[in-house]
Design a protein around this ligand. Sequence first.
Ligand SMILES: C[S@@+](CC[C@H](N)C(=O)[O-])C[C@H]1O[C@@H](n2cnc3c(N)ncnc32)[C@H](O)[C@@H]1O
Length: 256
Amino acid sequence: MVDFQEFKNRVSSQFNLSLNSYKETQLKRRIDNLISRSSASDYNNYFSLLTKEPKEFEAFLDYVTINVSEFFRNPSIFNVLENQVLPELSKKTPRLKVWSAACSIGCEPYSIAMILEDMAAGKSYQIDATDIDEGILKSARLGLYSSEHIKNISTQRLKKYFVKVGEQHSIQGIFKSKIHFKKHDLLLDSYAEGYDLIVCRNVTIYFTKEAQDQIYRNFSKSLKVGGYLFIGGTENIFNYKDLFLEKVSTSFYRKV
Ligand SMILES: C[S@@+](CC[C@H](N)C(=O)[O-])C[C@H]1O[C@@H](n2cnc3c(N)ncnc32)[C@H](O)[C@@H]1O
Protein backbone atom coordinates (compact mmCIF):
# COMPACT_ATOMS: atom_id res chain seq x y z
CA MET A 1 0.00 0.00 0.00
CA VAL A 2 1.50 3.35 -1.09
CA ASP A 3 0.70 6.17 1.37
CA PHE A 4 0.71 9.89 0.57
CA GLN A 5 4.31 10.41 1.73
CA GLU A 6 5.54 7.54 -0.43
CA PHE A 7 3.53 8.90 -3.39
CA LYS A 8 5.13 12.35 -2.94
CA ASN A 9 8.60 10.81 -2.78
CA ARG A 10 8.02 8.78 -5.94
CA VAL A 11 6.58 11.70 -7.89
CA SER A 12 9.37 13.99 -6.69
CA SER A 13 12.14 11.70 -7.87
CA GLN A 14 10.42 10.57 -11.09
CA PHE A 15 9.57 14.09 -12.28
CA ASN A 16 12.24 16.10 -10.49
CA LEU A 17 9.80 18.08 -8.34
CA SER A 18 10.09 19.06 -4.69
CA LEU A 19 6.60 18.16 -3.45
CA ASN A 20 7.78 17.97 0.17
CA SER A 21 8.20 21.76 0.12
CA TYR A 22 4.48 22.35 -0.60
CA LYS A 23 2.09 22.71 2.38
CA GLU A 24 0.92 19.19 3.17
CA THR A 25 -2.81 19.57 3.90
CA GLN A 26 -3.56 21.71 0.85
CA LEU A 27 -1.48 19.55 -1.46
CA LYS A 28 -3.08 16.31 -0.24
CA ARG A 29 -6.58 17.73 -0.66
CA ARG A 30 -5.83 18.75 -4.23
CA ILE A 31 -4.20 15.44 -5.15
CA ASP A 32 -7.00 13.39 -3.56
CA ASN A 33 -9.44 15.45 -5.56
CA LEU A 34 -7.55 14.73 -8.78
CA ILE A 35 -7.42 11.00 -8.03
CA SER A 36 -11.18 10.89 -7.44
CA ARG A 37 -11.69 12.43 -10.90
CA SER A 38 -9.24 10.05 -12.62
CA SER A 39 -9.46 6.36 -13.50
CA ALA A 40 -7.07 5.52 -10.63
CA SER A 41 -8.29 4.21 -7.30
CA ASP A 42 -5.27 4.83 -5.06
CA TYR A 43 -1.86 6.56 -4.92
CA ASN A 44 -0.13 3.56 -6.47
CA ASN A 45 -2.42 3.44 -9.54
CA TYR A 46 -2.35 7.18 -9.87
CA PHE A 47 1.45 7.22 -9.85
CA SER A 48 1.47 4.62 -12.68
CA LEU A 49 -1.03 6.72 -14.61
CA LEU A 50 1.21 9.80 -14.27
CA THR A 51 4.23 7.92 -15.58
CA LYS A 52 2.34 6.44 -18.56
CA GLU A 53 0.18 9.36 -19.68
CA PRO A 54 1.96 12.68 -20.33
CA LYS A 55 -1.46 14.40 -20.57
CA GLU A 56 -2.33 13.15 -17.10
CA PHE A 57 0.95 14.50 -15.74
CA GLU A 58 0.31 17.87 -17.39
CA ALA A 59 -3.11 18.01 -15.72
CA PHE A 60 -1.52 17.04 -12.41
CA LEU A 61 1.10 19.79 -12.60
CA ASP A 62 -1.50 22.36 -13.63
CA TYR A 63 -3.84 21.50 -10.81
CA VAL A 64 -1.25 21.10 -8.09
CA THR A 65 0.66 24.29 -8.88
CA ILE A 66 -2.44 26.51 -9.44
CA ASN A 67 -1.96 29.06 -12.17
CA VAL A 68 -4.71 31.64 -11.70
CA SER A 69 -3.54 35.11 -12.67
CA GLU A 70 -4.69 38.42 -14.15
CA PHE A 71 -3.17 41.67 -15.35
CA PHE A 72 -2.43 44.29 -12.66
CA ARG A 73 -3.53 41.86 -9.94
CA ASN A 74 -4.31 44.09 -6.89
CA PRO A 75 -4.45 47.37 -8.83
CA SER A 76 -3.75 49.61 -5.81
CA ILE A 77 -0.46 47.77 -5.20
CA PHE A 78 0.43 48.01 -8.90
CA ASN A 79 -0.14 51.78 -8.55
CA VAL A 80 2.64 51.88 -5.96
CA LEU A 81 4.85 49.92 -8.36
CA GLU A 82 4.07 52.31 -11.20
CA ASN A 83 4.22 55.62 -9.33
CA GLN A 84 6.90 55.03 -6.70
CA VAL A 85 9.01 51.91 -7.12
CA LEU A 86 9.72 51.85 -10.86
CA PRO A 87 10.41 55.61 -11.15
CA GLU A 88 12.86 55.31 -8.21
CA LEU A 89 14.59 52.31 -9.79
CA SER A 90 14.76 53.72 -13.28
CA LYS A 91 16.54 56.86 -12.01
CA LYS A 92 19.33 54.65 -10.68
CA THR A 93 20.05 52.53 -13.71
CA PRO A 94 19.99 53.02 -17.49
CA ARG A 95 18.63 49.50 -18.09
CA LEU A 96 16.27 47.93 -15.57
CA LYS A 97 16.59 44.21 -15.00
CA VAL A 98 13.34 42.60 -13.81
CA TRP A 99 12.44 39.02 -12.89
CA SER A 100 8.83 37.87 -12.71
CA ALA A 101 9.14 34.54 -10.88
CA ALA A 102 6.24 32.06 -11.08
CA CYS A 103 4.73 34.22 -13.83
CA SER A 104 1.98 31.77 -14.83
CA ILE A 105 0.23 32.80 -18.09
CA GLY A 106 2.28 35.99 -18.35
CA CYS A 107 -0.14 38.65 -17.08
CA GLU A 108 2.38 39.81 -14.49
CA PRO A 109 5.45 40.37 -16.72
CA TYR A 110 3.28 41.92 -19.47
CA SER A 111 1.74 44.30 -16.90
CA ILE A 112 5.23 45.43 -15.86
CA ALA A 113 6.31 45.80 -19.49
CA MET A 114 3.28 48.05 -20.18
CA ILE A 115 4.24 50.29 -17.25
CA LEU A 116 7.86 50.50 -18.40
CA GLU A 117 6.86 51.26 -21.99
CA ASP A 118 4.54 54.02 -20.85
CA MET A 119 7.11 55.45 -18.43
CA ALA A 120 9.88 55.78 -20.98
CA ALA A 121 9.11 54.56 -24.46
CA GLY A 122 12.19 53.33 -26.29
CA LYS A 123 14.25 52.95 -23.10
CA SER A 124 15.81 49.52 -22.87
CA TYR A 125 14.92 47.03 -20.12
CA GLN A 126 15.11 43.29 -19.51
CA ILE A 127 12.25 41.18 -18.16
CA ASP A 128 12.90 37.52 -17.35
CA ALA A 129 9.69 35.62 -16.68
CA THR A 130 9.85 32.12 -15.28
CA ASP A 131 7.58 29.33 -14.12
CA ILE A 132 7.90 25.65 -13.26
CA ASP A 133 5.20 24.69 -15.78
CA GLU A 134 6.26 24.47 -19.46
CA GLY A 135 2.62 24.29 -20.59
CA ILE A 136 1.77 27.54 -18.86
CA LEU A 137 4.85 29.21 -20.37
CA LYS A 138 3.56 28.26 -23.83
CA SER A 139 0.32 30.12 -23.09
CA ALA A 140 2.33 33.06 -21.77
CA ARG A 141 4.32 33.25 -25.01
CA LEU A 142 1.09 33.00 -27.01
CA GLY A 143 -0.35 35.94 -25.07
CA LEU A 144 -4.06 35.35 -25.66
CA TYR A 145 -6.41 36.46 -22.85
CA SER A 146 -10.08 36.42 -21.90
CA SER A 147 -12.03 39.41 -20.61
CA GLU A 148 -11.62 38.06 -17.05
CA HIS A 149 -7.83 38.40 -17.28
CA ILE A 150 -7.84 41.92 -18.67
CA LYS A 151 -10.47 43.53 -16.43
CA ASN A 152 -7.93 45.80 -14.63
CA ILE A 153 -6.31 47.12 -17.81
CA SER A 154 -7.18 50.71 -18.77
CA THR A 155 -8.96 51.23 -22.10
CA GLN A 156 -5.96 53.20 -23.29
CA ARG A 157 -3.54 50.36 -22.63
CA LEU A 158 -5.91 47.81 -24.05
CA LYS A 159 -5.98 49.76 -27.33
CA LYS A 160 -2.26 50.29 -27.36
CA TYR A 161 -1.02 46.81 -26.48
CA PHE A 162 -3.71 44.33 -27.60
CA VAL A 163 -5.62 43.28 -30.67
CA LYS A 164 -9.02 41.65 -30.42
CA VAL A 165 -9.18 38.08 -31.77
CA GLY A 166 -12.81 36.92 -31.59
CA GLU A 167 -13.77 37.09 -27.93
CA GLN A 168 -10.13 37.15 -26.83
CA HIS A 169 -7.41 39.76 -26.52
CA SER A 170 -4.00 39.12 -28.03
CA ILE A 171 -0.82 40.89 -26.90
CA GLN A 172 0.82 42.76 -29.81
CA GLY A 173 3.60 40.64 -31.37
CA ILE A 174 6.32 43.27 -31.05
CA PHE A 175 5.61 43.60 -27.36
CA LYS A 176 5.85 39.84 -26.74
CA SER A 177 9.48 39.78 -27.85
CA LYS A 178 10.42 42.06 -24.95
CA ILE A 179 9.94 39.32 -22.38
CA HIS A 180 12.20 36.34 -22.02
CA PHE A 181 10.11 33.36 -20.80
CA LYS A 182 11.87 30.30 -19.46
CA LYS A 183 11.37 27.34 -17.16
CA HIS A 184 12.62 27.73 -13.58
CA ASP A 185 11.76 25.83 -10.41
CA LEU A 186 11.97 28.10 -7.37
CA LEU A 187 12.61 25.11 -5.13
CA LEU A 188 15.29 23.30 -7.10
CA ASP A 189 17.01 25.57 -9.62
CA SER A 190 19.77 28.10 -9.05
CA TYR A 191 18.95 31.82 -9.02
CA ALA A 192 20.43 34.41 -11.39
CA GLU A 193 21.71 37.69 -9.91
CA GLY A 194 21.83 41.42 -10.57
CA TYR A 195 18.09 42.21 -10.58
CA ASP A 196 16.65 45.66 -9.85
CA LEU A 197 13.19 44.22 -9.27
CA ILE A 198 11.99 40.71 -8.45
CA VAL A 199 8.27 40.06 -8.53
CA CYS A 200 7.07 36.84 -6.89
CA ARG A 201 3.41 36.85 -5.97
CA ASN A 202 0.83 34.27 -4.98
CA VAL A 203 3.05 31.24 -5.11
CA THR A 204 5.05 31.01 -1.86
CA ILE A 205 1.73 30.73 0.01
CA TYR A 206 1.67 27.10 -1.18
CA PHE A 207 5.10 26.33 0.29
CA THR A 208 6.23 25.33 3.79
CA LYS A 209 7.78 28.01 6.04
CA GLU A 210 11.26 26.53 5.48
CA ALA A 211 10.87 26.64 1.70
CA GLN A 212 9.54 30.23 1.84
CA ASP A 213 12.49 31.30 3.94
CA GLN A 214 15.00 29.75 1.52
CA ILE A 215 13.30 31.37 -1.49
CA TYR A 216 13.35 34.84 0.10
CA ARG A 217 17.03 34.37 1.05
CA ASN A 218 17.78 33.47 -2.56
CA PHE A 219 15.84 36.47 -3.85
CA SER A 220 17.73 38.79 -1.54
CA LYS A 221 21.02 37.48 -3.00
CA SER A 222 19.66 37.93 -6.52
CA LEU A 223 18.81 41.61 -5.95
CA LYS A 224 21.18 44.52 -6.43
CA VAL A 225 21.57 46.77 -3.39
CA GLY A 226 18.62 49.19 -3.56
CA GLY A 227 16.63 46.68 -5.64
CA TYR A 228 13.06 45.73 -4.75
CA LEU A 229 11.26 42.49 -3.97
CA PHE A 230 7.53 42.70 -4.77
CA ILE A 231 5.38 39.99 -3.13
CA GLY A 232 1.64 39.17 -2.95
CA GLY A 233 -0.87 41.41 -1.14
CA THR A 234 -1.57 38.82 1.56
CA GLU A 235 2.07 37.76 1.99
CA ASN A 236 4.59 38.96 4.57
CA ILE A 237 8.28 38.43 5.20
CA PHE A 238 8.57 38.65 8.98
CA ASN A 239 12.34 38.14 9.23
CA TYR A 240 13.15 40.62 6.45
CA LYS A 241 15.94 42.23 8.50
CA ASP A 242 17.85 38.92 8.63
CA LEU A 243 17.63 38.83 4.84
CA PHE A 244 19.16 42.32 4.36
CA LEU A 245 15.80 43.75 3.33
CA GLU A 246 13.83 46.73 4.59
CA LYS A 247 10.05 46.93 4.39
CA VAL A 248 9.03 49.94 2.33
CA SER A 249 5.26 49.40 2.16
CA THR A 250 2.71 46.59 1.82
CA SER A 251 4.23 44.02 -0.58
CA PHE A 252 7.51 45.93 -1.19
CA TYR A 253 10.91 45.18 0.35
CA ARG A 254 14.17 46.93 -0.59
CA LYS A 255 17.62 45.35 -0.41
CA VAL A 256 19.92 47.29 1.91
C1 LIG B 1 -1.25 31.48 -8.62
S1 LIG B 1 -0.02 31.54 -9.88
C2 LIG B 1 0.65 33.14 -9.61
C3 LIG B 1 0.82 33.90 -10.90
C4 LIG B 1 1.26 35.36 -10.75
N1 LIG B 1 2.50 35.47 -10.03
C5 LIG B 1 0.18 36.17 -10.06
O1 LIG B 1 0.33 36.54 -8.90
O2 LIG B 1 -0.85 36.43 -10.69
C6 LIG B 1 1.21 30.45 -9.22
C7 LIG B 1 2.25 29.99 -10.24
O3 LIG B 1 3.33 29.40 -9.53
C8 LIG B 1 3.88 28.38 -10.33
N2 LIG B 1 4.66 27.50 -9.47
C9 LIG B 1 4.23 26.58 -8.57
N3 LIG B 1 5.27 25.95 -8.00
C10 LIG B 1 6.41 26.51 -8.54
C11 LIG B 1 7.80 26.29 -8.36
N4 LIG B 1 8.23 25.37 -7.51
N5 LIG B 1 8.67 27.05 -9.07
C12 LIG B 1 8.23 27.98 -9.96
N6 LIG B 1 6.91 28.23 -10.18
C13 LIG B 1 6.02 27.50 -9.49
C14 LIG B 1 2.66 27.72 -10.94
O4 LIG B 1 2.97 26.96 -12.09
C15 LIG B 1 1.76 28.92 -11.21
O5 LIG B 1 1.89 29.37 -12.53
